[in-house]
Design a protein around this ligand. Structure first.
Ligand SMILES: CC(C)(COP(=O)(O)OP(=O)(O)OC[C@H]1O[C@@H](n2cnc3c(N)ncnc32)[C@H](O)[C@@H]1OP(=O)(O)O)[C@@H](O)C(=O)NCCC(=O)NCCS
Length: 164
């Protein structure tokens, strides 16, 4: 079931993030696999504000999603599924949950940034109905997010911004 994250979940979300990063290694993207998960303080900011959700299989979280509001859209900051629970529709369900949250808040849709060529990134989001935005279509907030990503070195592989 999907529920709001609680404080006790936050270290588990770091574990999920590390595990979900591992498959990037096989694509030659070890830097992504080795990237630190969000800090507990960062996670707490989302959790505290009701913008962090988990999929709990009864034994605790196995997947999570973090969202924020960027220029009138719900922006998916992170969605991660533990590889032991991948390809069971949990990612899709979390994204639909975020879409419902965004709609309830009167937001225009969802946005995210992701890797263009990683099979479980942009091609996956395309299957869920997201379309890639041209650079000229990026709002101020999305441009700021892209700039932060470049500063963090995430841009060594092609990244795209998508909207649904
Ligand atoms: C992206 C992610 C959240 C998808 O979650 P999920 O619960 O496995 O996805 P769903 O069950 O909703 O959908 C499965 C589809 O995702 C794609 N997919 C998931 N894992 C994949 C893999 N290892 N290789 C190729 N495609 C994959 C496929 O399109 C798959 O459909 P299929 O099983 O019919 O081939 C999950 O793979 C993940 O946590 N990845 C690592 C973290 C990450 O990349 N986050 C995004 C960073 S921008």
């Amino acid at each position: 079931m999907i529920r709001l994250a609680v404080v006790e979940d936050l270290p588990v979300l770091q574990d999920i993030e590390r595990a979900a990063g591992e498959p990037f290694r096989a694509l030659g993207m070890a830097a992504i696999a080795d990237d630190d998960p969000p800090s507990l303080a960062d996670l707490a900011a989302y959790q505290n504000d009701g913008r962090a959700w988990v999929c709990d299989d009864g034994g605790g979280p196995v997947a999570y999603l973090l969202a924020e509001v960027v220029d009138g859209h719900g922006h998916i900051e992170q969605v991660s599924v533990h590889p032991d629970h991948a390809r069971q529709g949990l990612g899709r369900r979390l994204i639909e949950h975020a879409a419902d949250w965004a709609a309830r808040k009167g937001l225009a849709g969802l946005t995210l940034t992701t890797y263009a060529e990683v099979p479980w990134n942009a091609p996956y989001y395309s299957r869920l109905g997201f379309v890639t935005l041209g650079e000229q279509d990026l709002t101020e907030g999305l441009r700021a997010i892209r700039a932060q990503e470049i500063a963090r070195g995430l841009n060594a592989w092609p990244r795209v911004t998508m909207r649904r």
